[in-house]
Write a protein that binds this ligand. Sequence first.
Ligand code: GEK
Length: 243
Amino acid sequence: MSQHDTIFSKPLPSVSDFCFDQQVVEVFPDMINRSVPGYSSILQTLPQLVSRYAQKNTQLFDLGCSLGAATLAMRKGCENFDGCKIVAVDNSEPMVERAELHLGGFKSQVPVELRCEDITDTVIENASVVVLNFTLQFVPPEKREAMIQRIYDGLADGGVLLIAEKFRHVDETMNDVLVDLHHDFKRANGYSELEISQKRAAIENVMKIDTLEAHEQRFQKVGFKHQTVWFQCFNFAAMLAVK
Ligand code: GEK
């Protein structure tokens, strides 16, 4: 069982940049479920999408896997495809250590290779499915296009890139509405005003969000033939792009 997230519940003398350390690992499932609208719906749909796009004898990548929640969903989706292997990557050592324990608790025929590395260094080859579930937003903006290009290049024809992200609406007025709805979602899940504002300050420098239009243009630029948003809740969306 994950512990209740109280990381930002007390006033901090100064709020440092957010990082995925041991303290975050301990509360991560509670934190992400109470903070990210649609997180569980997206995970529930992943097996369906994976079984639609997986190809036998290929690799599937979960980039920024945290504790492996998406990895488990992907594994469900590719169980009937011979010769598939999942590569799950995160650059937080405590996350990877806990993911190892977590994934080990479930039986499956599909091998999972867990790697502690920066996803901008991950070699993508012979891939049918690549998942970036709320991770691209933590990659420095100037490195994003090259990374998406490498993913495109490493995908087999008909392969899919599944990206879920927080996004910024191009229209400032509409963006304010979506941000308010998200904050109401956090309040409804028990976060106080102090927790919301301290988390916001902590994440400001490490999570740089794009507009949906920027995602669309990048998909097109690197060569994806088809793309759509398949889920949206407030300022959080899940997209798929097919090679
Ligand atoms: C889930 N996908 O449960 N290289 C590797 N890992 C990174 C990098 C990087 N450059 N930057 C950030 N991370 C998961 C949730 S959480 C989303 C993903 C969130 C990792 C970071 O260590 C963290 O574990 C994960 O990306 C982001 O479906 O907390 O909002």
